[in-house]
Design a protein around this ligand. Structure first.
Ligand code: NDP
Ligand code: 2IT
Length: 447
């Protein structure tokens, strides 16, 4: 599979240690395959055991989270924080609450976060945390008690210059607020220890929209630079209906595209007249409802129970729900319908064989660690504002987000060109992030 003996050896050793960590191994494989041209030209990377150190998190924290539900029953969940790499800044990355959460999923997310954060050009290392707690159907009071219990252990390990968590699946503004309140109480300290905070207590404008808007800016720049094209008059298929999906759909629409689908884990809505985003926001953000409720108010739309959005013909596909949601059959449907570009809003939403099929068919494939970096980029800007104790305007923050996303396209293309890979955005993004982290590790010695 690998061209270099070094990458092969490190991958095999990682797989032998925990062969059941399939998502983690998938993420490691992608990065190692992409950086082989760098390894071949830089023997000091192997001499300094850079890969061996990168695949082993700096620190792995696992803990019990006990809390009481509304019936008075004590519930026990498992909490985690994987602090992966802090060579270029304090650990930074989201917290996920979802029933599927386990060590493999959080390790893949923490590993990807290291290189994503490096691509933003800001000083942030990588981490990820979370719990197998399922927030669906829980009352506000239950979510609050769970967040307080979770932070009652996590607070020992984090801090504004140490490790700065944020949201991810199942963790939005409400959860960040409860987590922040508990940290403040336990430490007696008001600091920028989390990002995605409310605007009244150290949050940044644009953070809510940032991942989806950033995905729009990134995709627009790729269309412009590599295809001399734009979102104008394009049919766009979006999966998911959470934070990333809603604001990806909003930006794609603002940039001239027509978004015709959105989904949740139960099924998807197809609205050929264009998704009514105000309605989606009402259902998902105000009522915490389900996408199936959409059709009651929109006769133009259909709801497909259990289906996947990739069966709908499109020019641009934006997967914004979860990992491995575009499988090989889905990639084949997309190719058949003439998709031109797939840009990942979610983390690792495309399986390796689906990526290979899309790339072989000439589809422009934009890897999540580049195309969804806008969320963590504005988190970095929130950290800057918290340090200054001065909030920035929406326009200032949005302009900075746009310039970070266009810089990521430029630095990915430059890295690909440097290694004779033409305009390979996929390899280029992995190489550009890797080179920054590797350089910092080499400069700081063995640890
Ligand atoms: P949300 O919790 O706001 O929304 C998640 C959406 O994805 C929901 O529509 C949910 O449906 C759906 N979904 C979640 N898990 C599954 C699953 N196993 N199968 C099918 N659908 C699923 O999360 P975000 O929008 O924040 O995150 C979406 C993706 O974007 C994730 O991959 C996340 O890691 C990534 N991301 C998030 C960033 C952020 O800033 N929030 C930044 C960069 C990447 P349902 O309600 O039915 O569960
Ligand atoms: O996957 C991600 O980049 C996030 N969930 C956002 C992380 C952050 O620290 O803002």
């Amino acid at each position: 599979m690998f061209q270099t003996e070094y990458a092969q050896r490190v991958y095999e050793a990682t797989a032998a240690r925990a062969p059941w960590e399939t998502e983690y191994l998938q993420a490691v494989r992608e990065v190692l395959l992409s950086v082989e041209p760098v390894l071949a030209q830089n023997p000091d990377l192997e001499a300094n055991a850079i890969l061996e150190r990168m695949v082993e998190p700096d620190r792995q924290i696992k803990f019990r989270v006990a809390w009481t539900d509304d019936q008075g029953t004590i519930q026990v969940n498992r909490g985690y924080r994987f602090e992966f790499n802090s060579a270029i800044g304090p650990y930074k990355g989201g917290i996920r609450f979802h029933e599927s959460v386990n060590a493999s999923i959080l390790k893949f997310l923490g590993f990807e976060q290291v290189y994503k954060n490096a691509l933003t050009g800001l000083w942030m290392g990588g981490a990820k945390g979370g719990s197998d707690f399922d927030p669906h159907g829980k009352s506000d009071a239950e979510v609050m008690r769970f967040c307080q219990a979770f932070m009652s252990e996590l607070y020992r390990h984090i801090g504004p210059d140490t490790d700065v968590p944020a949201g991810d699946i199942g963790v939005g503004g409400r959860e960040v607020g409860y987590l922040f309140g508990q940290y403040r109480r336990l430490r007696n300290e008001f600091s920028g220890v989390l990002t995605g905070k409310g605007l009244e207590f150290g949050g940044s404008l644009v953070r809510t929209e940032a991942t989806g808007y950033g995905l729009g800016y990134y995709t627009q720049e790729v269309l412009r630079v590599l295809m001399n094209d734009s979102f104008q008059s394009k049919t766009v298929v979006v999966s998911g209906s959470g934070n990333v999906a809603i604001f990806a759909a909003e930006k794609a629409t603002q940039l001239g595209g027509k978004v015709v689908t959105m989904s949740d884990s139960s099924g998807y809505v197809h609205d050929p007249e264009g998704i009514d985003l105000d309605l989606v926001k009402q259902i998902k953000l105000e009522r915490r409802g389900r996408m199936s409720e959409y059709i009651a108010a929109r006769p133009s739309a259909t709801y497909v129970d259990g289906g996947k959005v990739w069966e709908v013909a499109c020019d641009i596909a934006l997967p914004c729900a979860t990992q491995n949601e575009i499988e090989i059959d889905d990639a084949q449907s997309l190719i058949k319908s003439g998709v031109k570009i797939v840009a990942e809003g979610a983390n690792m939403p495309t399986t390796p064989d689906a990526i290979d099929a899309l790339r072989a068919a000439g589809v422009l494939f934009c890897p999540g660690k580049a195309s969804n970096a806008g969320g963590v980029a504005v988190s970095g800007l929130e950290m800057a504002q918290d340090s200054q104790r001065v909030p920035w305007t929406f326009e200032q923050t949005d302009a900075k987000l746009q310039s970070i996303m266009t810089d990521i396209v430029a630095c990915s293309l430059a890295a690909a060109n440097k290694y004779g890979l033409g305009n390979d955005l996929f390899m280029g993004a992995n190489i550009a992030g890797f080179e920054r982290v590797a350089a910092a590790m080499l400069a700081q010695g063995v640890f």
